[in-house]
Structures are given as structure tokens and as C-alpha cells.
Design a binder for this molecule. Structure first.
Ligand SMILES: *Cc1c(COP(=O)(O)O)cnc(C)c1O
Length: 229
């Protein structure tokens, strides 16, 4: 949606054009999944409480280009956006995980209670409320929870991911968004160390990531009767 009023200035437009571009798309991964490497960005933030990070505004994307290009020069496919804040549980400053590039992020771990947990950051105004995020949460609550999974929209930190990896509790990490549906993550570079996200070296995708793609594709392509169609 763009303002079309014939004046130059900052203010609400008196007229605007809402337009929709429709186009056919091919498979995002024509030769199968390729797991991506992420670089956690610690010198810039994408969004903040009270800001407009929850909206798909052009203004949210231009500032992401340079951190993305810098991550690419170091060999990473995408950058991971963090938000530094005090953790009320410990009183310490932590890097909270928010989103990856222009995708929402999901992590699967075995939590400290020994339960498998699928988690993603909550909609606190700093997270884009993606339709694929919402779909994955709904499918997980319907189909993974009965298998014993805990499904969480909650804040989590880089420290928690690092501990899960160190203690062998990291299962898999993936991004979600309309273009790719899901994007498996191999590792995350953070403050000089590389956190391995649980994929075996000879695998490009983990079982939950693959399952989510299969479930969502079956609904999109009409292989499964579903109210979302
Ligand atoms: C578009 C977008 C997403 C994914 O949203 P979908 O509706 O699932 O495509 C996630 N994060 C950001 C920042 C985005 O721009």
C-alpha cells in the first residue's frame, strides 16, 4: 500500500493505492532442502518494544540490508536478529532470540524438564505475526502436542540455545515464511562461537521441519481437505 497524494511531506496521505501482485512460484528448494547458516547480529536491532517491527512496512526492511550483506561476506546465508534485555528470571542482561532475516524462528529442544519443546518468540510487538508461524503453531498444538511435545510462544535466549547444544538437548532449528514455508538451520554464529543446531552432517533437514513442510504443502496443494484451504 503506497501513498499517492501529489505532495511532498511527512503526514498521513489523503489517497493511497492498495495493490496485489499475483505470480506463479516454483519450488523454493528445487533440489531439496539446503540447511542455512546464521550469524547472530549483536551490533544492531531490527525492532523494539513500542516500535513498528510487527508490521510489514518497507521502513523495517531497508535497515536490514547492510547487516545481511555483512553476514554474507562472512559466509552466512542470513543474519539472526536478537534483542538485548534484562532477563527477569536472573536479573542478568541476555540476548533474546527474535527472528531470522525476514522469517520467524522456531527452535526444538529437550527442555530442562526432559520434555520435547517447540518454541518461538511471542508476539510482543517486535515480531512479525507471520501466517506460517501461526500455521505451524496450530499444527504443532493439534498434532505434536498429543505426541508429548510442549508448544511454546515464549522468550528464549542465546544462552538457552547454547546450553541446550552443550548438554545434547538441541534437536533442530528452522525459519518460517511464505516463500520457503520452512528453512532448516544448520548452525548459528554468536559472539565468536558456532552453535550447532542438531542436524547430522549428512542431513539437510530435521524431522519436525520436514513434517511441517509436508503438512502445510498437503493443505496448500489440496492433498488434504482442510478448513484453511
Ligand atoms: C514476512 C515476514 C515473516 C514471515 O511472515 P509470513 O506471513 O509467514 O510469510 C517473518 N518475519 C518478518 C520480519 C517478515 O517480514
Amino acid at each position: 500500500m503506497i501513498g499517492t497524494q501529489r505532495t511532498l511531506g511527512v503526514g498521513p496521505p489523503g489517497s493511497a493505492l492498495l495493490y496485489v501482485i499475483a505470480s506463479p512460484v516454483g519450488p523454493y528448494y528445487p533440489t531439496g532442502f539446503k540447511a542455512i547458516s546464521l550469524e547472530a547480529t549483536t551490533y544492531a536491532v531490527r525492532a523494539w518494544p513500542g516500535g513498528v517491527g510487527a508490521s510489514k512496512l518497507g521502513a523495517n526492511y531497508a535497515p536490514c540490508v547492510v547487516p545481511q550483506m555483512q553476514a554474507a561476506t562472512r559466509g552466512f546465508h542470513q543474519n539472526l536478529w536478537l534483542f538485548e534485555d534484562v532477563d527477569p528470571a536472573t536479573g542478568k542482561t541476555e540476548d533474546f532470540v527474535t527472528e531470522v532475516g525476514t522469517m520467524n524462528l522456531f527452535a526444538c529442544i529437550v527442555n530442562k524438564e526432559g520434555q520435547k519443546e517447540l518454541m518461538t518468540a511471542p508476539l510482543d510487538g517486535t515480531i512479525l505475526d507471520g501466517v506460517v508461524r501461526d500455521s505451524i503453531l496450530a499444527l504443532a498444538r493439534e498434532r505434536l502436542a498429543p505426541q508429548g511435545w510442549k508448544v511454546s510462544e515464549r522468550r528464549f535466549t542465546m544462552r538457552e540455545l547454547g546450553e541446550a547444544e552443550a548438554e545434547g538437548r538441541m534437536l533442530e532449528v528452522f525459519g518460517s515464511g511464505t516463500a520457503a514455508v520452512v528453512a532448516p538451520v544448520r548452525n548459528i554464529s554468536y559472539k565468536g562461537s558456532l552453535i550447532n543446531c542438531g542436524l547430522p552432517e549428512d542431513k539437510e533437514v530435521g524431522p519436525v521441519t520436514q513434517q511441517m513442510l509436508d503438512w502445510i504443502s498437503a493443505i496448500q496443494y489440496g492433498d488434504e481437505e482442510h478448513p484453511w484451504r
